[in-house]
Design a protein around this ligand. Sequence first.
Ligand SMILES: [Fe+2]
Ligand SMILES: [Fe+2]
Length: 159
Amino acid sequence: MSTQEVSGFYGHDHDELDSFLSQFQKLKRQDFAQAKPFFRKFKFGLQRHILWEEEILFPVFESKTGMSDAGPTAVMRQEHVLIKEALEELHLKVRQNDADSEKEEKVLIDLLESHNLKEENILYPAIDQLTTAEEKKVMFQEMEKVPLERYASCGCHHS
Ligand SMILES: [Fe+2]
Ligand SMILES: [Fe+2]
């Protein structure tokens, strides 16, 4: 079996998340109830993606290169903070069933676009280069072990 590459897998996850958000945008003015599950898939999926990166992927890069406080993963972690803030701004609109969320969507999409490009062009290929097939296998196994309740929640105090 061929080795799972970080670049391919994470790039594909970016694309899938983009498509959930665009489905939400397409449907929200027609039928908000139908649009909402796409936002939920996007939000939970993005929370999972960021958690995978920060807890599994980036630590591998940081230990291989010795770069943690400065360097690309430090920048990516800072950008994650901004992305999560923008995600919550949009979430607030969705919770209120308010379809006038173009401004919030644009902030989030702009952040994600440049962030994802940097990861896809620089960081993921570097991680693929730095790791053996066995190390990659371990990373993917660790990703599978992250329990649903760590990311599949909206962060609100309702169920
Ligand atoms: Fe990221
Ligand atoms: Fe990413």
